[in-house]
Write a protein that binds this ligand. Structure first.
Ligand code: CP3
Length: 339
């Protein structure tokens, strides 16, 4: 019998079925920690690379080859669909997305996305699914709140003050913005799924800035609409500093709730409740610890993950650029050896 992505440990864990070993992949596994990535990206700007299917395909495959992870994540960025609908933005190295004219009024509302705006996404996903064989491909997008934060702040932000000013000060305009961003996001995910992605992750990286009641009233309905539109594949939903939001993020419609490193998985399982798998949550800085410490912490995370109905091993946030790829390989091998 040939192995298929459908039967992979990763998709089985997402569906809360028994697995031969916990599956493992890393957020930001394709990126600056890999010398082969730095070599391939040299001379090409980030957003240009995202529009070049050959580069996207090769960069996505690099960590699968080197690390033996159980899933690939599509190489792109959360701001790619915003760029595709004409938002004037750039990804500045060492900074992140920077928007030329921050969102202030209805006149600044980005237009809707159509699949024709992103032909390079379907092309790259299609090529990847062929090349990956039985290794599943995770598609992804930014959630409405996190995308709104970049549009309203104009770039990365510590306290999201401008975003919250809009959210609390002009609820009508806030709702209009999040509705449009939800449309853009669900179209971007749909393109990836229709081209063959077998799971998706919705990144609400910065939503941990909100108290739970405001999350439920002002953000969750929009994320829920996105997740409901892609219910034909397993849906992972993740944010940083979301210990107080884990239950509500599951309720938004996630099959798998991503947990950062601050909350032990066994505790997270109780907060999330039954009927969902968890993903996480080794501290990304642990890669700098001695080998024995890494191994011991990995085993602890795996053990805590056993309290969940399904567990996908990951870091609690993205791979840091200074990470030694050998430490990532050690983590993968240690997770697989816990079977
Ligand atoms: O391997 C993967 O995980 C897939 C690729 C991926 C990238 N961005 C590539 C990238 C994914 C899933 C993202 C999502 C993303 N982008 C998020 C959500 C995930 C998270 O970290 O919470 C966010 C908030 C962004 C916005 C963004 N884009 C940031 C904060 C940065 C880093 C800025 C920097 O230089 O430190 C980017 C740029 C970016 N996206 C890089 C990569 C590999 C680095 C750019 C480069 O290599 O030149």
């Amino acid at each position: 019998m040939t192995a298929t992505a459908h039967d992979s440990a990763f998709l089985r864990a997402c569906r809360r079925e028994p697995v031969p070993h916990p599956p493992v992949w890393f957020m930001r596994q394709a990126g600056r920690a890999l010398p082969e990535y730095r070599a391939l990206r040299a001379g090409t700007e980030m957003l240009e690379a995202c529009r070049t299917p050959d580069l996207v395909t090769e960069i996505t495959l690099q960590p699968v080859r080197r690390l033996g992870v159980d899933a690939a994540i599509f190489f792109s960025d959360i701001v790619v669909p915003l760029k595709a609908v004409g938002v004037d933005l750039d990804i500045v190295p060492g900074v992140g997305p920077v928007v030329a004219k921050p969102f202030r009024t209805l006149a600044d509302l980005p237009r809707a996305l159509t699949p024709d705006d992103v032909p390079y996404i379907s092309e790259a996903v299609g090529a990847l699914v062929g090349a990956l064989g039985a290794t599943p491909l995770i598609g992804f997008a930014g959630a409405p709140f996190t995308l709104a934060s970049y549009l309203v702040e104009g770039g990365p932000s510590k306290n999201h003050a401008a975003t919250k000013t809009l959210m609390y000060g002009d609820p009508g305009l806030w709702a209009a913005l999040l509705e449009r961003l939800a449309d853009i996001t669900l179209t971007f995910l749909r393109v990836q799924i229709d081209a063959g992605a077998s799971a998706i992750q919705l990144f609400d990286s910065w939503v941990g800035a909100l108290p739970a009641a405001d999350y439920r009233a002002l953000v969750q309905p929009h994320s829920a609409r996105v997740l409901a539109a892609v219910a034909d594949v397993p849906r992972i939903h993740f944010g940083v500093g979301t210990g107080e939001l884990l239950h509500d993020m599951g309720e938004a419609g996630a099959d798998v709730v991503g947990v950062d490193w601050r909350v032990p998985l066994s505790e997270a399982v109780g907060r999330i409740g039954p009927g969902r798998a968890v993903q996480g949550n080794l501290d990304p800085t642990l890669v700098f610890a001695p080998r024995e410490v890494i191994e011991a912490k990995v085993r602890k995370v795996v053990e805590a993950g056993r309290t969940a109905e399904g567990h996908v091993f990951n870091l609690g946030h993205g791979v840091l650029p200074e990470t030694d790829p050998d430490a990532l390989k050690l983590i993968v091998d240690t997770v697989h050896a816990t079977a």
